[in-house]
Design a protein around this ligand. Structure first.
Ligand code: PMT
Length: 415
């Protein structure tokens, strides 16, 4: 179910005994990496409490249409726009009937009318209600109107809570989650955890001064968005920048190189790919003054000490992620980049010429050459966001190859 990673599922729960199974459905969707928000009808709340679903989804449960406080938080139109999929499970006969008539008399029907997202219904009702020509007519009408935007998940046949046997049972939560996953394409990096460092670090001299560089974070943030769009779960460890946190990316803010190292190491247990695009200060002041340093003589001496090398530390860690560095060079790009690839024990290095004003630091454009053991590939100047998309394709390809080689080596070792 890797396709569900980062997907936004708006789960509508209507009144019926199968509503209790919605708790398990939320748990499975969350485990698959989906962001889940729940909307309940009044009937649903007779069968299961909003508190249970709030605890499992990690989000406030929505219920009332005319609630000014809830609307001020995330209103019904925002919820409708937010969803990648509106999944209604269980969908009662009454709800299906109201939906087919285009009613908007509660929050869930209103959202159903307002959303552009595909709609999936998992019906649950007594077998006689399901067989009733009116219910069948309502479903036929919905299929006619919604066409390819409507998906029917079930119902299943079998024994029912009321003692009857026949069609109308809601599919099991795991089956519904699988059917939902099938609606989304598999991204190149689906299910992978990608950790990216971005921006500059600041190394304090005293309470008001620091050593830093011109990195804006644009390249690293573009890489984070590209990894997210390729289906990965993304953690972005960011130095101080003036960029908004990308949607659906976990951002960890840090200031100094040592903080960036600590935040990076904390991600390594389940990190598949580590991309170091941050411009980390190589040195920091040996002593940080407690008070502002006073102006005195014509010159001032600073003693700097080496910072830890974050990407080298990550690349020698066990478990070791697929490790990618950037190289900021002003001359002999190929020689220096290949040297860093080897010395830092990296799988790939993305080199840019930072002596040019229109690419590299702070610009919206970049041009790079990517080096790895067997080969290299140049990318002509383009926007950082378009470049990041192309780089992510190459990274995903090299990562799959790395995984295959690793699996082959370990099976040879076992023989
Ligand atoms: O942020 P922007 O304004 O968009 O600019 C993008 C960029 C020019 C900063 C980016 O494309 C880039 O080149 N980032 C790497 C900058 C850098 O520090 O390069 P380096 O050649 O000094 O370092 C090589 C690699 O080691 C880098 O992956 C760096 O993150 C890493 N490193 C360096 C020092 C250190 N102490 N720890 C590290 O992990």
């Amino acid at each position: 179910m890797q396709q569900l990673a980062n997907k936004r599922i708006l789960l509508g729960i209507t009144g019926g005994i199968a509503a209790y199974k919605a708790a398990e459905l939320v748990r499975i969707l969350k485990k698959a990496g989906a962001d889940v928000r729940v909307v309940m009808t009044s009937g649903a709340m007779e069968f299961i409490t909003p508190l249970t679903l709030q605890a499992l989804s990690g989000n406030t449960v929505h219920h009332a249409l005319l609630d000014s406080e809830a609307e001020a938080g995330m209103g019904h139109i925002e919820l409708a726009k937010w969803a990648d999929l509106l999944l209604i499970a269980p969908a009662s006969a009454n709800f299906i009937s109201r939906l087919s008539q285009g009613m908007g008399d509660d929050l869930l029907t209103t959202i159903s009318l307002a959303t552009d997202a595909p709609l999936a219904l998992a019906p649950a009702m007594n077998q006689a209600m399901w067989r009733d020509p009116i219910t069948q007519d309502n479903i036929g009408h919905l299929i006619d109107i919604k066409g390819s935007k409507l998906y029917m998940f079930g119902p299943a046949e079998g024994s029912q809570a009321c003692g009857d046997t026949g069609p109308g049972r809601m599919l099991e939560p795991a089956e519904i989650a699988l059917a939902a996953a099938d609606l989304f394409e598999t991204g190149l990096l689906s299910g992978q955890h990608v950790v990216i460092t971005a921006g500059p670090t600041r190394e304090a001299l005293d309470p008001v001064r620091y050593i830093s560089n011109h990195s804006s974070g644009k390249m690293g943030y573009a890489m984070a968005i590209a990894a997210r769009d390729a289906g990965a779960r993304v953690t972005l460890i960011s130095g101080p920048v003036n960029l908004p946190a990308p949607d659906r990316v976990q951002v960890i803010d840090v200031v100094s190189a040592r903080e960036m190292l600590e935040a990076s190491l904390a991600q390594l247990d389940d990190c598949d790919i580590f991309i170091a695009s941050a411009a980390v200060a190589d040195y920091r002041p040996l002593n940080v003054a407690n008070q502002k340093i006073k102006k005195s003589g014509e010159t001032i001496e600073l003693t700097l000490v080496k910072n830890p090398d974050i990407i080298s530390t990550v690349a020698s860690h066990q478990p070791r992620p697929f490790s990618i560095g950037f190289a900021a060079e002003t001359q002999d790009l190929d020689t220096y980049a290949r040297r860093k690839l080897n010395e830092k024990n990296l799988d790939m290095i993305i080199a840019n010429d930072v002596s040019l004003a229109d690419i590299g630091f702070n610009s919206d454009q970049n041009a790079v050459t990517v080096f790895w053991a067997e080969s290299q590939q140049a990318f002509e100047p383009r926007s950082k966001s378009s470049l990041a998309g192309d780089l992510m394709e190459l990274i995903a390809h090299q990562f799959q190859q790395y995984r295959k080689d690793k699996a082959a080596t370990s099976s040879q070792e076992q023989e």
